[in-house]
Design a protein around this ligand. Structure first.
Ligand code: C5P
Length: 237
């Protein structure tokens, strides 16, 4: 394995359990890391996660992208339930849940996973633009809000945030070198954008200070997902 091992989390976004298992078996030996999200988890639950991890090499990192957002007691309980089971490498919550929610989630995460699970925050969903944010009562200033929420997450003890590529530079400056930045919306040169509007290449995102990248369809939509993953991993070495 190279130094780029586990920099790339492959998003396994499918409602088909067998396809998720097949994709993970092909891709995880190359990337060393996969991401499973709400669609998968709500379809197949912890047992589905275990089915997928069973076909991945030992040590494969899992990012469970469940974006918890509720009162502190409930989120801490949800985090505890996940981390007692299979302790993913990464789990996330919404920063909009506030300091107490994030702090409680982090404590639960540490205790239940024995320090094996890192906790990330979602700042502002990238699907929301200034107009949509205004409609839910937020003041203008999307970029400032992202930084403010990332700093709140850092103050709460979280390990990093999930952010878009155009937020990397500002967050790296605001939160320092040790804060993890997990970045989706990544496209190698020539790859189809799909529904992603603002994308960046893996090399550019890492150059700006991303610590991990989430790459889905450029790998999972390829005729040979393992080969597509190898090309991306090879391109960042
Ligand atoms: O297929 P693609 O590379 O676009 O997949 C990106 C993954 O990252 C998807 O699982 C998507 O839900 C997730 N994601 C994203 N943008 C965000 C947060 C998560 O694309 N802001």
């Amino acid at each position: 394995m190279s130094g780029s091992y586990s920099l790339i989390f492959c998003a396994i976004d499918t409602p088909d359990l067998q396809r998720a298992v097949d994709l993970s078996a092909q891709v995880a030996p190359v990337t060393g890391a996969i991401k499973l999200g709400l669609e998968f988890f709500n379809s197949f639950g912890p047992q589905g996660v275990e089915r997928v991890m069973a076909v991945c090499p030992t040590g494969t990192q899992l990012f469970l992208d469940l974006k918890f957002h509720d009162i502190p007691n409930t989120v801490a309980g949800a985090v505890r339930s996940i981390c007692r089971g299979f302790a993913p490498a990464y789990l996330n919550v919404h920063a909009a849940g506030g300091f107490a929610m994030m702090e409680g989630a982090k404590e639960a995460c540490e205790a239940a996973s024995g320090g094996r699970t890192k906790l990330l925050a979602v700042t502002v969903l990238t699907s929301l633009d200034e107009t949509a944010l205004g409609a839910v009562g937020y003041q203008p200033g999307l970029a400032e809000r992202v930084v403010q929420m990332a700093k709140l997450a850092q103050d709460s003890g979280l390990d990093g945030v999930v952010c878009s590529s155009h937020e990397i530079a500002a967050l790296r400056a605001a939160c320092g070198a040790d804060f993890e930045l997990m970045v989706p919306g990544i496209r190698p040169a020539g790859a189809a954008l799909g529904d992603q509007k603002r994308v960046m290449s893996p090399q550019e995102a890492l150059g700006l200070g991303a610590t991990h990248l989430v790459v889905g369809r450029p790998i999972t939509g390829a005729d040979d997902p393992a080969e597509a993953a190898r090309a991306i991993v090879g391109g960042i070495q």
